[in-house]
Design a protein around this ligand. Structure first.
Ligand code: F1P
Length: 337
C-alpha cells in the first residue's frame, strides 16, 4: 500500500532533510536575514494550509516579527491583502495548486518577496518564488500527503531555529529524525493491539501548533477513511462539541506543558462519558492510553511528529471499512481551478 509505505518512510525522509538542510536553506536564510520584513506570512492549501498554520505558530514562538497563515484562496482572490514590505512563504507538495500559485504570483507582482517550498522541481511555485526550495528526495505518489507534510514542516521548523535560536539547530536536526522512529513504532504497536473496530468518531485536541496538527489529523482521517472526525482547542471541547461523545468516540489529546493539568481533567471527564482517550505528548497522563513523544524542549518543535498517529488511524480505519487509502474518494493529487 503506497500510503502506508510513505508513512513508514518518514524517518528516512526526515534524515534526508537534516542531511541536506544547509544546502537547501542557504538562499532562503540569506533572504530572511537580508531585509527587515514587517511580517513573515505562510500560505498553502489543504494539508499545506495546516502546514502553513503550524509554521506560523512556530515562527511566532521564536520571533517578535508578526506572522499570519492563509489558505491560497484568501490571497489569490483578494479577501486579504499583504503588506508590501512583508515576505510570503508558500508551501505546496506539487507546486501546482492553483490558489497557492496564484497567491504567490499576486504577491510577487506586488513586489513582495517570496519563498516557495515544494517537493517538485520546476513546478509553477518555483517560478513565482524569489527563492525556491525543492525537497526533491520526497516523491510521494499517494494523493494523501504524509511524508511531504512532515518533511516540509521539519525543514521550515529547522530554518526558524536557524534564524532565531541557532544554538538549538544541530540538536534539532539530529533529534527529530530519531524521534520520528520511536513515534512511528509506538504508534504501530499501540494500534496493532488496540481493539479499534468499535470507534467511528475521532476527535483531535490541541493548542497552537498542536491545533494545526489536530486539523491535519482531521484531513488525514477524513481523506483516507471517510470517518466522522473533528478538531478543537482542548478545553473548547466542553463548550458544545462534547455532546457527541459516546463509547464509539476516540479522542487524541495533543497535550502541552502549559495546559497539561486542565487537559488531564478534561480527559477524565471525556472518559466518564464513554470515550477512549489517547494522550500524545512528552509526559504521561494517568488512567488513559499514552504515546510519548520524548521531545526535550517546550517549544512545540515536535508538532508535526504528533500527526503520525492520525496518519495510522486513517489508513487502519480505511482498510477496516474496505476502502483504499491510495485512491481516496473524490480526491485528486492536485486541485487545479
Ligand atoms: C494540496 C492538496 C493536498 C491534498 C490533495 C490535493 O496540495 O490540497 O493537501 O491532500 O492532494 O492537494 P499541494 O499544494 O501541497 O500540492
Amino acid at each position: 500500500m503506497l500510503t502506508l509505505n510513505e508513512i513508514n518512510e518518514q524517518p528516512e525522509k526526515l534524515k534526508a532533510v537534516a542531511k541536506n538542510y544547509s544546502k537547501l536553506s542557504s538562499d532562503a536564510v540569506k533572504l530572511l536575514k537580508s531585509g527587515k520584513f514587517s511580517e513573515i506570512n505562510f500560505v498553502g492549501c489543504g494539508t499545506s494550509y495546516n502546514l502553513s498554520m503550524g509554521l506560523s505558530y512556530q515562527f511566532k514562538r521564536f520571533s517578535k516579527t508578526p506572522s499570519n497563515f492563509f489558505s491560497g484562496s484568501e490571497i489569490a482572490f483578494g479577501l486579504t491583502s499583504l503588506k508590501s514590505d512583508s515576505l510570503l512563504i508558500g508551501l505546496s507538495r506539487s507546486g501546482e495548486s492553483t490558489e497557492t500559485v496564484l497567491a504567490m504570483k499576486k504577491a510577487k507582482d506586488e513586489g513582495i518577496k517570496t519563498i516557495g517550498v515544494t517537493c517538485e522541481a520546476n513546478s509553477s511555485i518555483t517560478k513565482t518564488s524569489d527563492v525556491p526550495v525543492v525537497l526533491n528526495f520526497v516523491n510521494e505518489r499517494s494523493v494523501v500527503m504524509t511524508q511531504s507534510f512532515t518533511s516540509m514542516a521539519f525543514f521550515v521548523s529547522a530554518m526558524i531555529r536557524d534564524l532565531f535560536a541557532p544554538e538549538y539547530l544541530d540538536d534539532y536536526l539530529n533529534t527529530i529524525p530519531e524521534l520520528s522512529k520511536s513515534v512511528l513504532n509506538d504508534t504501530r504497536s499501540f494500534f496493532d493491539n488496540a481493539n479499534f473496530a468499535k470507534f467511528n468518531h475521532f476527535v483531535f485536541l490541541g493548542y497552537d501548533e498542536y491545533f494545526a496538527t489536530s486539523l491535519e489529523g482531521v484531513t488525514k482521517v477524513t481523506e483516507t477513511s471517510l470517518s466522522e472526525v473533528e478538531a478543537y482547542q482542548g478545553l473548547e471541547y466542553r463548550h458544545g462539541p462534547k455532546s457527541k461523545v459516546t463509547d464509539h468516540t476516540f479522542i487524541c489529546i495533543l497535550s502541552d506543558e502549559f495546559l497539561k493539568e486542565e487537559e488531564e481533567k478534561l480527559a477524565g471527564e471525556m472518559k466518564t462519558l464513554g470515550a477512549r482517550i489517547l494522550n500524545i505528548s512528552k509526559s504521561r497522563m494517568k488512567n488513559v492510553d499514552n504515546i510519548i513523544v520524548d521531545y526535550n524542549k517546550n517549544d512545540f518543535g515536535d508538532w508535526f511528529l504528533r500527526v503520525i498517529p492520525a496518519q495510522i488511524i486513517g489508513v487502519k480505519k480505511a482498510v477496516e471499512r474496505g476502502l483504499d487509502p491510495d485512491n481516496p474518494k473524490n480526491l485528486t493529487k492536485v486541485v487545479k481551478l
